[in-house]
Design a protein around this ligand. Structure first.
Ligand code: DC
Length: 224
């Protein structure tokens, strides 16, 4: 069985950066599960299915399922089209948050996430909200990354600015608080640390230090 490393936590805690660097150091695959929810939101919008239309979403995801694939350098493809930029807009952040609260969506994405993790030859680092609690409750090592909300908003703001999205920091913070509330209070698979997760507060930490710490924890566990 490949090693499965779960990295969960709220938006802006540094999960993507840490997951990417950790996967590279370990020689594991990296699976960004938020990108899958984002792809569902984009695919739904394109064919005019509302993000809370359970019957429509079920139709979209029922076999053969969404033709989603991951490429090099975090590229995401939908039916062969590179949608990496299209899923990273503030609109798709909102859409992903809405579709991810629908049980029909979460349930239908479980097999896809599990097969992406298990298909990795050596191991996989999966990054999301419920990897350690729901998708892989038996993960080899679980991390829960968190940070103060203004630190998270500043990271997210810088990331959006780097991609040419000019938004106010206060709007990012407000939007993030709304998403945090939705993610932690939803009835199904709410965002929370698994009881056996290593909780890392990344406020004020250099993310390379976090990667180092996670890397050591994985090596200890995998060697054991
Ligand atoms: O990590 P992200 O911002 O790309 O995630 C987009 C949305 O998807 C976010 O609102 C939380 C949700 N999500 C989820 O509910 N479960 C996951 N495993 C990953 C993301």
């Amino acid at each position: 069985m490949p090693a499965i490393i779960a990295i969960d936590g709220p938006a802006g805690a540094g999960k993507s950066t840490v997951a990417r660097k950790l996967a590279r150091r370990l020689g594991y695959a990296m699976v960004d599960t938020g990108a899958i929810y984002r792809a569902v939101a984009l695919a739904a919008k394109r064919i005019a299915i509302a993000w809370d239309d359970d019957a429509g979403l079920a139709r979209l995801l029922d076999p053969p399922g969404l033709p989603i694939a991951f490429g090099e350098n975090d590229t995401v493809f939908l039916d062969g089209e590179d949608i990496s930029a299209a899923i990273r807009t503030p609109e798709m952040s909102r859409g992903a948050s809405v579709v991810s609260a629908r049980p029909v969506v979460r349930e239908r994405l479980l097999d896809l996430q599990r097969s992406l993790g298990r298909a990795a030859p050596r191991g996989a680092v999966l990054e999301g909200r419920d990897i350690g609690t729901v998708v892989f409750p038996d993960a080899t090592v679980k991390f829960f990354l968190t940070a103060a909300d203004d630190a998270r908003a500043r990271r997210r703001h810088a990331e959006l600015a780097g991609k040419g999205h000019e938004v106010d920091l206060s709007d990012v913070l407000e939007d993030q608080r709304r998403r945090d509330k939705d993610d932690t209070e939803r009835a199904i698979a709410p965002l929370k640390p698994a009881p056996d997760a290593v909780v890392v507060d990344t406020t004020g930490l250099d993310l390379d230090q976090v990667v180092e710490r996670c890397f050591r924890a994985v090596r200890e566990r995998v060697a054991a």
